[in-house]
Design a protein around this ligand. Structure first.
Ligand SMILES: CC(C)=CCC/C(C)=C/CC/C(C)=C/COP(=O)(O)OP(=O)(O)O
Length: 310
């Protein structure tokens, strides 16, 4: 049996900082992350805090050139982590925690480069013509997070089908991101961002008007458009949930809670598509807690795994 060396006070403090960021900002994902044993929970919080930093640069109020410079700086931090050049007494707790995580778990750090690439697409105002185009973006900003998380979770030793785990983790990330895009359609439109594929908008009579306030033009079938994307997201969930039987109980609970909360969000959007134009659709804390509890008891995980696509 191998023993893990105790963490130095500097690393403990760095992880504590990342756990605080996660507790305060991961309104949905924190429910799942809390279900993990301490080592994996700390590692997930380091990945979350780094990803939050990248995302905040993209979403912030800076000019595009300043955002690009900020992203270049996060890329340098990543390079230093990769090169083993981050000292434990560095003043950047996120770098210290990420460096420790990358030594303790086989996380594919290149996925964080993909995340930066995806946020750069946002900064450069990229729009998407087809689902294939949008999927490339979603792979960078969310599929990559799924593959990184898998590095922390690992798979059950000897489990059949483990080689497909990265593909399923990636697909689950796509499902979450498409749900996120539907939920935030109004907020993104107000910020001049349009993610939904232009060919889908045209199909539902929405050729113009997204950037101007985000309300659908007369004659557009908004409900039809949302339901079309909901169907796509449900297929992605069904496919991505094939990851669950490959994980141990605590990691499966974490994924079932994270994805379960988002899947319920998607159900809400499907019931009332216009709700996303009125405000941000969210689940009450009580319901998130219930999903997390079900994840831990395995009931949701087993049920979801049974309904996962063959
Ligand atoms: C295997 C596995 C764990 C797969 C899932 C991968 C994953 C967590 C992807 C994140 C994608 C996503 C919707 C981020 C939004 O974060 P946000 O902070 O904007 O979310 P919020 O607004 O809902 O709080």
């Amino acid at each position: 049996m191998t023993t893990t060396p105790p963490l130095s006070p500097a690393v403990v403090a760095a992880y504590r900082y990342c756990e605080t960021v996660t507790g305060q900002q991961a309104r949905n994902f924190a429910w799942g992350i809390r279900l993990l044993p301490a080592g994996r929970r700390r590692a997930m919080s380091a990945l979350y805090a780094f990803s939050r930093r990248v995302d905040d640069i993209g979403d912030g109020a800076l000019e595009p050139a300043e955002k690009e410079a900020g992203l270049a700086r996060t890329r340098e931090v990543l390079e230093r982590v990769r090169a083993g050049e981050v000292a434990e007494d560095s003043t950047d707790p996120v770098a210290v925690a990420l460096a420790h995580t990358s030594r303790a778990f086989p996380v594919p750090l290149g996925a964080l480069d993909e995340l930066i690439d995806g946020v750069l697409m946002d900064v450069r105002g990229r729009q998407y013509e087809t689902w294939d185009d949008l999927r490339d973006y979603c792979r960078c900003v969310a599929g990559a997070i799924g593959r990184l998380s898998l590095g922390v979770f690992g798979t059950v030793p000897g489990v059949q089908g483990a080689e497909r785990a990265p593909e399923y983790a990636d697909t689950l990330g796509l499902a979450l991101q498409l749900t996120n895009i539907l939920r935030d359609v109004r907020e993104d439109a107000a910020a001049g961002r349009r993610y939904l594929p232009a060919e889908d908008l045209r199909k539902f009579g929405w050729e113009k008007g997204f950037a101007e306030g985000g309300t659908p033009p007369d004659g557009a079938d908004f409900d039809g458009l949302v339901r079309f994307e909901v169907r796509r997201a449900r297929e992605l969930f069904a496919s991505g949930f094939r990851l669950l039987p490959l994980l141990d109980r605590r990691s499966a609970a974490c994924v079932a809670a994270m994805a379960g909360i988002y899947r319920r969000l998607l159900d809400r959007i499907a019931e009332d598509p216009a709700a996303v134009l009125r405000g941000r659709v969210a689940l009450p804390a009580r319901q998130k807690a219930l999903v997390a509890l079900r994840g831990l008891s395995g009931t949701d995980g087993r049920r979801i795994a049974r309904t996962a696509a063959p």
